[in-house]
Design a binder for this molecule. Sequence first.
Ligand SMILES: [Mg+2]
Length: 241
Amino acid sequence: MAVRIFVDFDGTITNEDVGNSFFRTFGGPSCDRIVREYREGRISAVDCFLQEAAEVGSFNPDDARQFFRSQPIDESIHSLIEFSRNRGYEVTVLSDGLDLYLSEILGVNRLKHIPFYSNIAECVPDRAGSASLKLDFPHTDAECPRCACCKRNIMMTDCSDTDVIVLVGEGHSDTCPAAFADIVFAKSYLQTFCQRENISYFPYQSFHDVVDRLAGMSESGRGLKQGTRARLRRQELFRTE
Ligand SMILES: [Mg+2]
């Protein structure tokens, strides 16, 4: 049995949604319309990214790098990383964003060693000093268009039957995996969603709250355990595939 902690990136590790800010800053206000169409279910997550990248067109990669490096993070993530290292828990970042900025932001914040899954964005030079985005989506689900990077599938394939799965998140792309995680930490939209869908969760403001709760649970004598409902949902998922 291992404890696996999966952490969302945009709005959870970073204070803002870096993906949305990047596309709005470099692609203009039409990106807001594209995101709205996605939220209304009229286009898939992949189409949303492709249309936004087209709006960005040609851009200066140095400007983008500077933009990414200036994005503030929740510094309390370091407390979760240290706590997990001491306990032998494995932390993985799951993001429906782009590796282009995840690697930059994790790197500049001494978090380069944390493994992550995300969509792929490559800067392809198009003329002197500028580049355009080439996107790749290696973690799509064959049937569900809601996310480009399917966090649920990654969690399922990355964990064994006996692992205890912890999810820390806040947004739309965390709602689906929340039903399959044993222990959920939720804020913002994810908290509202869990309340509405009757999914057990712990509210949190910073990663200190997550550490305190996990420490309390593991020292209570009960230890960290799988949740009955989440385990049944995982078994059901494997049966129907
Ligand atoms: Mg998020």
